[in-house]
Design a protein. Structure first.
Length: 290
């Protein structure tokens, strides 16, 4: 089993005295600048390559999972985010999600293409890899999403938000995605609810920034290919310790399952630094279980 050491960008208060009250990412006050009222701290971190190892991550245990599932949709159309191609890809992915989780209904609400090509000006239609350890949704924003996409009167015993991440065109050569084993996360010490002051069309209003914890266990798949797809949790309403962390009362349906998955892209200093390094598509979906 191989591992590399790389910088991961955790979060910390501006000063010890400032604490973690009302952390905010502000993208509306001085566009296109994005303002943080907390620090990003580069921390040398060991990241284990799952490829070829005996580790078999599962969504409900570690918070993430990878399967081999080639798509029938043309990758070039997905890069361009052609509406018909995205719709076909969503239908494919819906079946994968239902098979993987047992969900009854799947609602997609996000699709983001990220590209990194060394020496080539950035493509304004796509985004660069996101180099900050975070969780896409806090319980507050997850519940808001469920309320927005849930049909009036819909009853469900469990809902999840899952991120679906796939390379496009060719395998990832650098800036791979690292994911953190949920079992190594101290929810009360590591997660800081962070307010998102974003334009109205970016509808999430809170996520989690993540403090450094030397006990975190990080993983990635080297040279992830377009025939492989990763799934990782943003939120799971069935997670007992996540519910209790949010000060919910014990209720029926709670289980000892992973509730979320901190993640980040990272730069491998020993990896390629020229040419096409990464193109990927990530989608987020709400999964409802009756």
């Amino acid at each position: 089993m191989s591992a590399i050491s790389s910088l991961l960008y955790y979060s910390a208060p501006l000063t010890p005295a400032s604490g973690d009250d009302d952390w905010c990412i502000d993208a509306v006050s001085q566009p296109p600048e994005v303002l943080f009222n907390f620090r990003k701290v580069a921390t040398e971190t060991t990241i284990t390559d799952v490829r070829g190892s005996t580790i078999q991550p599962k969504l409900d245990i570690m918070g993430f999972e990878k399967i081999v599932a080639p798509t029938r949709v043309d990758h070039r159309d997905l890069v361009e985010r052609s509406a018909p191609s995205i719709e076909r890809y969503q239908r494919e992915t819906e079946e994968l999600l239902k098979s993987l989780t047992g969900a009854d209904t799947v609602e997609f609400f996000d699709a983001t293409v990220r590209r990194e090509d060394a020496g080539i000006p950035g493509d304004p239609s796509s985004q660069s890899p996101h180099l900050r350890v975070h969780v896409d949704q806090s319980p507050k924003s997850a519940l808001a999403r469920a309320a927005e996409y849930g049909e009036p009167g819909r009853r469900f015993r469990r809902f999840q938000i899952i991120n679906i991440w796939r390379p496009l065109i060719e395998p990832v050569r650098n800036f791979p995605l690292a994911v953190c084993d949920y079992r190594s996360v101290d929810l009360s010490a590591d997660l800081v609810a962070t307010r998102l002051d974003f334009p109205a069309w970016l509808k999430d209003r809170e996520n989690y920034s993540v403090r450094y914890n030397p006990g975190h266990r990080w993983y990635y798949w080297g040279s992830l290919s377009p025939d492989e797809v990763m799934f990782f949790k943003c939120y799971d309403s069935a997670s007992r310790d996540l519910a209790l962390f949010g000060e919910e009362a014990e209720r029926p349906g709670l289980a000892d399952v992973a509730g979320l998955c901190p993640h980040t892209a990272f730069f491998d200093e020993k990896g390629p630094t020229t040419g096409h390094l990464r193109t990927s598509l990530e989608m987020r979906a709400l999964l409802f279980h009756k």
